[in-house]
Write a protein that binds this ligand. Structure first.
Ligand code: I3S
Length: 169
């Protein structure tokens, strides 16, 4: 009776694997690049993460270079080579523990649904079945797709609800 119950951790409203591609970014058409993505709806934000096991791509997509550069900048004198190595190892182990130990994936990109729209994509947008087209106020257009009919219907409903709930923000 000493402590009030702590509020629940912010629950994700929906998450699943989906196939995703951007078709427009900042108002400009971009080439389709369909990829499977762990998709999480949290509040009015849609988060696309690399799927489970996508960890090694963290190393390959340039962020390792960024960590190495930061470590190098801080270890600017040759005698501080040991500092550089320690910095690199610590940074990498931190990232890998977050990604694998925490059972989470790093966000690849996020979109703000406030002021956006969702509708079933027309046939000229994709030859695939069950494709949703999401447009954001920032000029991003995405296609999201699943072969699972009921799953994509749930997403359609959830995204519509989210967009109308946050319409006036
Ligand atoms: O709308 P598009 O350009 O016909 O989309 C297809 C292409 O992106 C294609 O890639 P390449 O043009 O690089 O070969 C993809 O492989 C297809 O999956 C795209 O079409 P769908 O209809 O699957 O969205």
């Amino acid at each position: 009776d000493c402590c009030p119950p702590s509020p629940p951790a912010s629950p994700s409203e929906k998450s699943s694997d989906l196939n995703v591609t951007k078709i427009t970014e900042h108002g400009k058409k971009v080439r389709k690049n369909w990829a499977s993505s762990w998709t999480v709806l949290r509040g009015s934000t849609l988060i696309f993460a690399k799927g489970q096991g996508g960890g090694t791509s963290w190393v390959s997509d340039g962020k390792l270079l960024l960590v190495a550069s930061i470590c190098a900048a801080r270890a600017h004198k040759p005698r501080r080579a040991l500092f550089f190595i320690t910095c690199l190892v610590r940074s990498l182990s931190l990232v890998l523990s977050v990604q694998f130990g925490g059972g989470q994936s790093l966000p690849e990109f996020t979109v703000d649904l406030r002021g956006g729209s969702v509708e079933w994509a027309s046939k000229d947008k994709s030859s695939k079945k069950h494709v949703l087209e999401v447009k954001t106020r920032q000029g991003t257009e995405l296609l999201i797709q699943s072969d699972n009919d009921s799953l994509i219907n749930e997403w359609h409903q959830k995204l519509q609800e989210t967009i109308s709930t946050h319409a006036w923000e």
